[in-house]
Design a protein around this ligand. Structure first.
Ligand code: PMP
Ligand code: GLU
Length: 398
């Protein structure tokens, strides 16, 4: 019996955010007091009104297969959300509900990318983008942006990366892992570049829309010159503390929505009926619970940034959104403690896990070999403890 896994899956990297989260769970189960700043997920429980909607759906036996692209009331709630919060016009048939934004992005890539098509991704990028492009037989074209430019690419860099083979552009704003946000003017400048190149689909991952500390969320889909080839990806995981419910969605040009519908019809069917009812409740309620969580995240961001000021050589930006600090840690490369030599961010991440019992994620996972990611979606007292432990461990390196 050959146990050969397909080349497609063999060549796929393991998700490092999930791997680090798993590693810290394992250490915790051995009784080691690990503080987990690796995975990015709100530590709050799902708000009560959302849980109530799910309980009601169970009691009312809402337990049958649902339409492949989502139940009509949820798709309608998404259309209304896009209009109300983003001033974007979609019809219900342009909305496809999937099992998380992760699934939505994988679907869209599978539907628009052909073998050898290029997908431009600004780095730092979210860990799964490049692997999903590989799964779709596409070719990643990475455009790097450093901390000196707030981790954002320029229109000139974008123009230079475009070739006749470019099929898509995939980015997040607010960004995971950097927390950076493109301003309206910056998005307009990128849109103006795309407007000169007909064949490119923009996949705009807006999952952190509501975790924004600087002002109104801006979507690149607002610009008329690119609206008809932009796919907006969003979901309820981050803004409504619903990571485990697995609901994501797209607002897309009809031809892309139809293709995603066809794909889901063969692969997943409509997603969990109960979770769809819960998501409908989330999207039709006011945002008061979301804003409360956002306030807590902002306080924690400031707390962690304040703590990093005491850590020698650690450089940070001031993230305008999401719940991550992406710190430049190159100062520590080449330093050592006992017989551990730190050569790169992965070594540093493993050192911090072993020495400080704090889980982080290496910047390599996000296409940046200079940085470490800290998720601050955890309780204030744990964050203080974690940052103190990190400082102590880093102080030992020389
Ligand atoms: N995009 C980004 C940038 C993310 O950080 C995440 C969270 N892992 C996702 C998409 C996927 O979110 P979900 O599948 O939970 O909706
Ligand atoms: N967005 C989270 C993160 O980047 C969730 C983990 C994942 O889905 O990869 O940590």
């Amino acid at each position: 019996m050959s146990e050969k896994i397909s080349t497609r899956i063999n060549s796929l990297a393991v998700s490092q955010t999930l791997a680090m989260a798993q590693k810290s769970r394992e250490l915790q189960s051995q009784g080691i007091d690990v503080i987990n700043l690796s995975v990015g997920e709100p530590d709050f429980p799902t708000p009560d009104h959302i849980k109530e909607a799910a309980k009601k759906a169970i009691d009312e036996n809402f337990s049958y297969y649902t339409p492949v692209p989502g139940i009509p009331e949820l798709r309608k709630a998404i259309v209304e959300k896009f209009k109300r919060e983003n001033n974007l016009d979609y019809t219900v048939d342009q909305i496809i509900v999937s099992a998380g934004a992760k699934h939505s992005i994988a679907n869209v890539l599978a539907c628009v990318v052909d073998v050898g098509d290029e997908v431009i991704i600004p780095a730092p990028y979210w860990v799964s983008y490049v692997e999903m492009v590989k799964l779709a037989d596409g070719v990643n074209v990475i455009v790097p942006a450093g901390i000196e430019n707030d981790f954002k690419i320029t229109p000139e860099q974008l123009e230079a990366a475009i070739t006749p083979k470019t099929r898509a552009f995939l980015f997040s704003s607010p960004s995971n892992p950097t927390g950076s946000l493109y301003t309206k003017d910056e998005l307009k400048a990128l849109a103006d570049v795309f407007a000169k190149h007909d064949n490119i689909i923009i996949i705009s991952d807006e999952i952190y829309e509501h975790i924004n500390y600087v002002g109104k969320h801006e979507s690149i889909a607002q610009f008329e010159n690119v609206k008809n080839r932009t796919v907006v990806v969003n979901g309820v995981s981050k803004g409504y503390a619903m990571t485990g419910w697995r609901i994501g969605y797209i607002g897309a040009p009809l031809w892309i929505a139809k293709a995603c519908n066809k794909l889901q019809g063969q692969v997943t069917s409509g997603v969990c009926s109960i979770a769809q009812k819960a998501a409908t409740a989330a999207l039709t309620h006011d945002l008061s619970t979301t804003y409360k969580m956002r306030e807590a995240f902002k306080r924690r961001r400031d707390l962690v940034l304040e703590k990093t000021k005491d850590i020698k050589g650690m450089k940070t930006s001031v993230p305008g959104g999401a719940f991550y600090i992406f710190a430049d840690v190159t100062y520590y490369f080449g330093k050592s403690y006992k017989d551990t030599l730190i050569k790169n961010p992965e070594d540093l991440s493993l050192y911090l896990l072993a020495e400080a019992h704090v889980a982080t994620v290496s910047g390599d996972a996000f296409g940046d070999p200079n940085c470490l990611r800290f998720s601050y979606a955890t309780a204030d007292d744990l964050l203080i403890k974690a940052m103190d432990r990190i400082k102590n461990a880093l102080d030992k390196l020389s």
